[in-house]
Write a protein that binds this ligand. Structure first.
Ligand code: G4P
Length: 538
């Protein structure tokens, strides 16, 4: 029996907007985040968010990176009020070695803003992040940044977005010139002219209403030739792109596009205003038993991120819980489904930009930090008693595989415990190979191996080393006919392993061997992510 909740909860849910900003490093994610926070009054000075960024120069020094990640805990969720909405921005690490963190955070948002550098167009990291959004049908708004610099032509950029990201686009603003000749944008959606002024502090933007683009006043304001070009381009836009349709955006089929310059605070207000108008309020989520609506009375949520404290004096970790339904309350007992235990949380924390504070209640769309001494795993569900698990915290095939060797047999218990906890936190993936119980650790970046080594020594007193293993991909296997998988497992027994959830995984050594396997076993699907579990058969 499903009960629906009070008006208060409903209103609180309706006004929330929970999203993530994603980009290839250096496209302007941090700058845009900061400007949004300035608009929301959550910070007063420029530069406040900068510390959060993991600098590229720090790649060789992971302690430095961890220090910076420590800072980023405080800004893991940046919440502010704007135009009657509560905006929750979930921070995503820009560093590619932490891409898995970002993928998981994307399970906790309801929409994303993708930042593109107008000179570089679609870059590698953009593609990967968008694949995840496309898989989950997450609504996307695109902000094309750095128009104050010379870059690719607007039409070329839109073409590139459609082709490489496999999504239709719909420009809602249009740039007038670029680089030195950049004069501002025409707002197609609101029919207004927003003139560019390089201004790093201004937080208001005047849009001059301009219903009729053929009005001669346009020539006076931006000059005859730019006006002629703009009219021509807008006519083409109208011919090529469909008008904006909110439902197509919400379905993840069409991405509205804005042009601007984050560092100059230009185009940001238009983006934020439109975002508030069109973006989705908190959505429900699929569990292994049924779909949970945010409007349900009973509280439920899932853990999508765990942040460990590297300081050995403070071993506590923070588990980040996304609330999906009902109202979360401090000091209430909730049901931890995986361990079948009740738990209560005296100090749930919210992260309001730079402030951390204990909260008494939270609603769907909110993220709360729960202090944890090792009970939580990524993907865990909390409920008011219902036995169900939220689906779709994906594991992606790692890029780097190394075998873990114990260097101190007397400490093998500590090693096992340490490895298990690090895997629970999502630092890396573990595949156990038989015979011999060999542990293959897989990560997205080299950096994680340094993190693991350091933490095993300092937190668990275990000593190990990593021996590179030449694998290309880990593939999760499904088939209509279980016998087919059994046949495959027998044939490839040297390359089979079990993941943390006891799923069978094929470790393919090269792209060639993987495509051979796909050819030889056409009835088996080789999944590059564990997301296949989302696909329910009913
Ligand atoms: P990221 O988080 O996506 O990695 O990018 P971030 O915001 O840090 O921006 C990367 C660089 O691009 C920064 O310069 C930033 O100032 C610059 N930038 C952001 N938006 C714009 C824009 O609209 N126009 C121009 N011209 N530059 C922009 P930096 O030199 O790396 O850092 P900083 O010294 O300015 O802090």
């Amino acid at each position: 029996m499903v009960f629906f909740i009070s008006m208060k909860n409903l209103e609180a849910t309706e006004k929330r907007r929970t999203f993530g900003i994603i980009s290839h490093p250096d496209a302007g994610k941090t700058t845009l985040t900061e400007k949004l926070l300035l608009f929301g009054g959550a910070i007063q000075t420029a530069g406040a968010v900068k510390n959060n960024k993991i600098k590229k120069s720090a790649t060789s020094d992971f302690m430095e990176i961890e220090k910076q990640r420590g800072i980023s805990v405080a800004t893991s969720v940046m919440a502010f009020q704007y135009h009657g909405k509560q905006i929750n921005i979930l921070d995503t690490p820009g560093h590619k070695d932490f891409a898995e963190d970002t993928f998981r955070t994307l399970t906790a948002v309801d929409s994303v803003i993708l930042v593109i550098d107008c000179a570089n167009g679609v870059e590698e990291q953009t593609k990967r992040l968008m694949e995840v959004c496309r898989m989950r049908k997450t609504p996307v708004i695109i902000f094309i940044n750095k128009l104050d610099r010379d870059g690719k032509e607007a039409f070329d950029l839109l073409d590139e977005l459609e082709k490489t990201l496999d999504i239709r686009v719909c420009p809602l603003t249009w740039p007038i010139g670029m680089g030195d000749r950049f004069q501002g944008v025409y707002n197609i959606y609101q029919k207004g002219l927003n003139l560019f002024a390089a201004n790093k502090t201004k937080i208001s933007e005047e849009v001059v209403s301009f219903e009729d683009i053929n009005n001669a006043a346009l020539d006076e304001i931006i000059g005859e030739q730019p006006a002629a070009e703009l009219r021509e381009e807008l006519a083409m836009v109208e011919g090529v792109y469909d008008g904006f349709d909110r439902n197509s955006y919400l379905a993840g089929d069409v991405a509205p596009v804005f042009f601007g310059s984050a560092v100059n605070n230009f185009g940001v207000k238009e983006l934020l205003d439109t975002f508030c108008e069109i973006s989705p309020s908190p959505r429900g989520r699929e569990t292994d038993t049924r779909f949970i609506e945010p409007s349900e009375e009973k509280f439920s949520g899932f853990v999508f991120k765990i942040h460990a404290n590297l300081d050995p004096k403070h071993r506590d970790r923070i588990a980040f819980l996304r609330i999906v339904s009902g109202r979360f309350e401090r000091n209430q007992f909730y049901y931890h489904v995986r361990s079948d235990k009740k738990m209560k949380f005296p100090n749930p924390t919210s992260f309001m930009a730079q402030d951390k504070s204990v909260i008494d209640e939270a609603f769907p769309g909110d993220v709360v930090g729960l202090y944890d001494s090792g009970n939580f795993k990524i993907g865990d569900t909390l409920s008011e008693g219902e036995k169900m698990m939220y689906q779709g915290i994906p594991s992606f095939s790692p890029e780097i595989f190394q075998e873990l060797e114990n260097l101190d047999p007397l400490k093998s218990k500590q090693l096992d415990k340490g490895v298990r906890q690090l895997i629970d936190e999502g630092v890396a993936q573990l595949f156990i190979q038989q015979p011999g119980n060999r542990k293959i650790v897989g990560t997205v970046g080299q950096l994680q191996f340094e993190v693991i080594n350091y933490r095993l020594i300092h937190e668990y007193g275990a000593n190990c080393r990593f021996v590179p293993r030449n694998y290309f991909k880990a593939c999760w296997l499904t088939a209509d006919d279980d016998a087919e998988i059994e046949r495959f497992k027998r044939a490839k027994s040297n390359h089979m392993a079990i993941d943390k959830d006891e799923n069978w995984v094929f470790l393919a050594e090269t792209p060639f061997l993987l495509s051979m396997a796909e050819q030889d076993y056409p009835k088996i699907i080789f999944h590059k992510s564990s997301e296949f579990k989302l696909q329910r058969t009913d």
